[in-house]
Design a protein around this ligand. Structure first.
Ligand code: FAD
Length: 543
């Protein structure tokens, strides 16, 4: 399969060899959005880059977000105008670089009184000015009749008005993959399942890392002039590899989401609902499900890869749905998927997690390892640029000139909009509209290439096609069944109808591609099933 910027799992042994043989300008630790953004920026600026990810790419927080490219309107209320402006402007950039991964949608903020609407409108107008939103995309105000027309499921006894403004919905894990592939297209080497467990120091300066390939057990030694720690919730653990007594500076905050079948509440728009404790919960229709999130609670059990979703979390999110939607109350048993992630926030003693700023911070360790933490998915490009500027200054590295106009991410170079792309896929390949739209959204201009790998669905009536498995393995570095179902095709989160049926045929396809023996194939199937069960384990807690 050919594509620009392949990260092929079939070429893993050769990649491991290159990582050991070459000397890099920069080694990035962590393959979430922060690390992917830094690797891409460094590669675009002409540096030789290697990125090592302990699990799968985007396996941490960057696949568990609300998936909004947004300015965070609520941070305006906290007075963080600079952060909101930066993020609001970024929306346009992400849309320009990867229009398939930034879907423009209306976010509806309902209001109970005219005064409430006026207050909200003032905030949204400022937000739009900060984000330089084009006239046709500015907010709409809805009175009771309009509300009834546009979002009939909202509880009209409670809400008389609403303001609808534009937000951008992304696919967080695929955005990470697109950035990593772009980095690879510009010469970077990126590998998953390679956990860094040692920082090499010579004459007081970090000069490389040691890591273990989790697939083969092979030890790796990667040499570089500069090390960037972008390990998200794990940055402190990586810092301790350099300085065992490093002072903690993170505040981990857990956020959960759950999804339920869209037919239970067929909403037309995304909603922003208030909670009783003054927070905002998003309700986001996406394909055959609606997902809801998020919570924001201090997490004290350390940096877990799979933080637990509890019944209490779920009930907290169900409360505004029960209060604000005109549908029969949703029961926890109707939830089809749930996921939790940890925000690596910069600690500010005395503040509750939802009041902590989402700012990012760069720290320099004693052996000059550069740590970058905090921030949001939305602001990954400015974060990457700031990290690179710091590195260039600190290590006197010569960077290539910044791109006046950054090239689009893989899949982002198409003219027109997704509906047009989707229609042409339907026409050219005879695909049902739901399938071609999903392909256009996931792969953008590369959808045709993906289809060349096989356009038969893996499961009769399902949308996931054989070619997507090949693409995931040969282009996007998928190494396990979980990588495929959770972070490439995302069936685990968003396709409850076909999720179970897909496990075996998807395992068969991966087994063929990756030459798995029967035992390995079976182990993959069991691990994914255990993971899927564990996502919904809150159901067995007593309510
Ligand atoms: P991560 O994605 O966690 O990446 C760090 C990576 O480092 C991990 O993959 C990990 O495996 C790897 N790693 C750790 N240790 C090692 C090691 N020793 N060697 C190699 N690799 C290592 N932001 C938005 O803009 N919009 C939103 O809608 C939004 N919603 C959110 C909702 C929730 C519930 C949460 C929790 C966050 C949300 N955010 C949102 C914030 C955003 O998701 C995070 O800021 C961002 O994903 C953090 O990315 P990261 O790369 O820093 O961390």
């Amino acid at each position: 399969m050919s594509a620009a910027g392949c990260i092929s799992s079939l070429e893993r042994p050769a990649l491991l060899d290159r990582l050991e043989q070459e000397v890099f300008d920069v080694v990035v630790i962590g393959g979430g959005i922060t690390g992917a953004g830094v690797a891409r920026e460094a590669a675009l600026r002409g540096l030789r880059v290697a990125l090592l990810e302990a699990h799968d790419f985007a396996a941490g927080t960057s696949s568990r977000s609300s998936k909004l490219i947004h300015g965070g309107l609520r941070y305006l209320a906290m007075g963080d105008v600079a952060l909101v402006r930066k993020a609001a402007l970024e929306r346009k950039q992400v849309f320009r670089l990867a229009p398939h991964l930034a879907e423009r949608r209306w976010m509806v903020f309902p209001a109970r009184s005219y005064f409430g609407l006026v207050k909200m409108r003032a905030g949204i107008t400022t937000y739009e000015k900060l984000g330089e939103v084009a006239a046709e995309d500015r907010h709409r105000n809805w009175n009771r009749e309009a509300l009834e027309q546009e979002e009939p499921l909202l509880n009209r006894k409670r809400y008389k008005y609403a303001c609808a403004y534009r937000e951008y919905l992304t696919d967080d894990a695929r955005l990470v993959l697109a950035n990593l592939r772009d980095a690879a297209r510009h010469g970077a080497l990126a590998i998953n399942y390679a956990a860094v467990d040692r920082i090499l120091v010579e004459a007081g300066r970090a000069c490389g890392v040691e890591a273990e390939c989790r697939e083969s057990g092979r030890r790796l030694r990667v040499r570089a002039h500069c090390i960037i720690n972008a390990a998200g919730p794990w940055v402190e653990a990586v810092q301790r590899l350099e300085e065992p007594a490093a002072r903690p500076f993170l505040h981990l905050s857990k956020g959960i989401h759950f999804a339920f079948p869209a037919k239970r509440a067929p909403l037309r728009n995304m909603l922003a609902l208030n909670t009783d404790d003054g927070r905002i919960v998003f309700v986001i229709p996406r394909g055959s499900v609606v997902y809801v999130g998020t919570t924001d609670t201090t997490y004290t059990r350390g940096s877990q890869l799979w933080p637990e979703v509890t019944r209490e979390d779920v009930e907290y999110l169900l409360a505004p749905l029960h209060r604000d939607l005109n549908v029969a109350p949703l029961r926890p048993e109707e939830i089809t998927s749930a996921w939790a992630g940890l925000r690596p926030l910069i600690a500010e003693p005395g503040k509750r997690p939802s009041d902590l700023s989402r700012r990012d911070e760069i720290l320099i360790g004693p052996a000059k390892v550069v740590t970058i933490a905090g921030g949001k998915l939305t602001g990954y490009r400015p974060m990457a640029k700031a990290a690179l500027d710091k590195v260039a200054q600190l290590f006197e590295l010569e960077l290539g000139p910044p791109h006046r106009e950054e090239p689009p991410l893989p899949g982002g170079d198409f003219a027109g909009e997704i509906p047009g792309l989707s229609r042409s896929l339907s026409r050219d390949y005879g695909l049902p509209p739901a399938c071609s739209e999903r392909l256009a959204r996931s792969y953008g201009s590369e959808a045709g290439e993906v289809l060349k790998g096989g356009q038969a669905p893996l499961v009769e009536g399902g949308c996931i096609l054989r070619g997507e498995v090949t693409w995931a393995v040969e282009v996007e570095g998928a190494l396990t069944l979980e990588d495929l179902l959770y972070r490439r095709v995302r069936t685990a989160l968003f396709d409850p109808d076909f999720r179970e049926a897909l496990v075996e045929p998807a395992a068969d396809e991966m087994a063929k591609l990756l030459s798995w023996a029967a035992a390995r194939r079976q182990q993959e199937v069991e691990q994914v099933r255990a993971r899927l069960r564990s996502d919904l384990s809150f159901l067995s807690e007593t309510g």
